[in-house]
Design a protein around this ligand. Structure first.
Ligand code: TEU
Length: 598
């Protein structure tokens, strides 16, 4: 190991740097506000780069900071080359890049090019007349008339509830929007439109020194062109779930390859695409196989969606799941790249999902909260692929308190689903939707970051009004409190991230084998050094329950070889029990990693 050096720019053993880099997602509105307007900003982010460096972050992903009416928190861009003023300025971006690069860190931006805001100049032109040169840059269709009544061209349901089509009075046609009516879909079939995307949104930022992109909704650019109705799966609604009409469409690989060959590749920009509704590895490999020259990585959502209902229908009707499901899904999305030239990612939080410790851990007591947040950390840092952490995950931030009412939920998706439930007149559905939102809503990860115990948690000035309410628990759950405490979640993340790199051949690049898939308390797996041929392996054992657990014979058998060495326990010294000749007992919510040679 000692001979292998890693450098943020060159990577390990000829591998690109981004494979073992730790990425950290910043949700800028909620990270750090520098000017007291209650909205996070770029100067605030810049002021905390040292915090990120100290944590061990290599690449910062900044969620959209562009000009936007903020109907979907900046995922509705009205000008790709301007910064939304409350975030700051172009000069602030230059400073962010400079400050990050000076520390050997990189910065990627969010590329939102499936749709624009309806206030984007391109859409204004497109909707101005049927003969406008940009008419075809968006997807316009005539109405259907049934018994003389006007209907949208298809029966599709949008992601935020309601139809995917909005009628435009002026030109008497419908336009397509997979998300909110404010987010019209661009027509990637139009070559001029694609060129404009490459120039106006991508080259502009790459020329400024940005290191790559997280690419929003990357598999939805190529829609099926027949525009037919989806089968009726919800008889009570006029709008039907139809992701098969727009996910992984007929020309998607052609478009992404073009984007890569013309822009990403020449700039050596790193890319990570968001790949929803693609649950089969055979469909994922073509996007991330190195030979395919499309994307470096994608986010596949099977694990992070656990507990949600069918995405386009009852997404917020909570579906309980057993640990075994989490385990087998983890294995599936870990091992699918083995023996291929493709690459995977590891992540358990982002701005579209609730907090991991509230969903997969245990927040019933402060003790269990700390233990389970560390166990989740150990799970994540031992996974193969590029690791992504979401702001606040490293201090164990939790969901909004269950006592908060629906008025604290600000997200367009939450309000869409809630309004739909209310409109149904079905009280049971309203109750279930509220329950689902309290567990799963996107809002939970969007509340202000908790820096310290001053008013507003140090996110913004004491007298300011933050755009979302600060968590009630911020006095006990914040960075300042955890920073100097060696037993804190934050300290654990720091050391675990270091361990991940020290044993990169196992954790970043290793193979993954689940042990005892049916055990509903212990999550155990073996990571092997597949390339080095050293025989080195790690047995990761996570007690994902509030009960003391015994390691089964399969787990101890997995440690065959020489005497296993305890590399780390989430409980520090207390977890220091030898497996052989010792007691193979795991305390509640404890995680351990043993290393040995077979
Ligand atoms: O999300 C796209 C997406 O398909 C979903 O994963 C998303 O989580 C949403 O909840 C669907 O129900 C991206 C962004 O991450 C999200 O924040 C945006 O709202 C969306 O695109 C539209 O731009």
């Amino acid at each position: 190991m000692g001979s292998i050096t890693w450098d943020r720019n060159t990577g390990w053993a000829g591998e690109p740097y981004w494979k073992e880099a730790t990425f950290y997602q910043v949700y800028p509105a909620s990270f750090k506000d520098s000017n007291g307007d209650g909205w996070g900003d770029l100067p605030g982010l810049i002021s905390e780069i040292d915090y990120l460096e100290e944590l061990g972050v290599d690449v910062i992903w900044v969620s959209p900071i562009f000009e936007s009416p903020q109907k979907d928190m900046g995922y509705d861009v009205s000008d790709y080359q301007k910064i939304y003023e409350p975030y700051g300025s172009l000069e602030n971006v230059d400073t962010l890049l400079r400050e990050a690069h000076r520390r050997g860190m990189k910065v990627i931006l969010d590329l939102v090019v499936n749709h624009t805001s309806q206030e984007h100049e391109w859409f204004r032109e497109s909707r101005s007349s049927k003969t406008n040169p940009k008419r075809d840059w968006y997807i316009w269709k005539p109405a259907r008339y049934i018994d003389g009544v006007r209907h949208p061209p298809t029966n599709w349901r949008s992601y935020f509830a309601g139809p995917t089509w909005t009628w435009d009075e002026h030109t008497q046609e419908y336009y397509l929007h997979l998300y909110a009516p404010d987010q019209p879909d661009l027509n990637w079939e139009n070559e001029d439109c694609r060129r404009a995307i490459y120039d106006n949104t991508m080259r502009f930022w790459l020329d400024r020194g940005v290191d790559g992109f997280r690419i929003d909704t990357v598999n939805k650019y190529s829609k099926r062109q027949d525009f037919i109705d989806a089968p009726v799966t919800d008889a009570n609604s006029p709008h039907q779930s139809a992701p098969e009409m727009w996910c992984n469409g007929p020309r998607i690989h052609e478009f992404i390859r073009e984007m890569n060959d013309e822009v990403l590749g020449p700039y050596r920009a790193v890319s990570v695409g968001e790949l929803s509704n693609t649950p089969n590895p055979e469909q994922v490999i073509p996007y991330v196989s190195a030979a395919a020259r499309e994307l470096d990585m994608v986010f596949e959502f099977s694990v992070i969606r656990l507990g949600t209902g069918n995405i386009l229908g009852p997404k917020y009707i909570y579906q309980p799941f057993p640990l075994s499901r989490l385990k087998t899904l983890t294995e599936k999305w870990q091992s699918f790249v083995e023996g291929t030239d493709a690459w995977t990612t590891a992540f358990i939080e982002n701005h579209d999902n609730a907090r991991a410790v509230s969903r997969f851990g245990d927040t019933s007591t402060p003790e269990m909260w700390v233990r389970s947040a560390k166990t989740i950390a150990l799970w994540q840092v031992t996974l193969t692929g590029t690791l992504f952490i979401y702001q606040g995950q490293e201090i164990g931030m939790t969901n909004m308190p269950s006592s908060w009412g629906i008025e604290e939920y600000k997200d367009v998706e939450s309000s869409g689903f809630y309004a739909e439930a209310v409109a149904s007149g079905d009280e049971e559905r309203v109750r279930k939707t509220l329950h689902g939102l309290s567990l799963l809503a996107r809002d939970h990860s969007r509340i202000p970051f908790q820096w310290d115990d001053s008013p507003n948690a140090g996110f913004t000035a004491a007298g300011a009004t933050p755009w979302m309410r600060v968590h009630d628990d911020y006095r006990s759950l914040n960075v300042a409190r955890q920073r100097g405490d060696p037993a804190s979640i934050l300290s654990f993340y720091k050391s675990a991230l270091r361990l991940r790199k020290q044993h990169r051949e196992l954790f970043v690049f290793g193979t993954f084998k689940l042990v005892d898939p049916e055990d509903e308390s212990i999550f155990a797996y073996v990571k092997r050094d597949a390339r080095g041929g050293s025989g080195k392996k790690a047995v990761v054992v996570l007690n994902m329950s509030g009960e003391e657990g015994r390691l089964g014979p399969d787990v101890t058998a997995a440690m065959d070889g020489d005497e296993p060495r305890l590399l780390v326990s989430t409980r520090g010294k207390e977890g220091d029990a030898k497996i052989k000749g010792g007691k193979p007992v795991m305390s509640a919510w404890e995680g351990r990693v043993y290393v040995n040679y077979e």
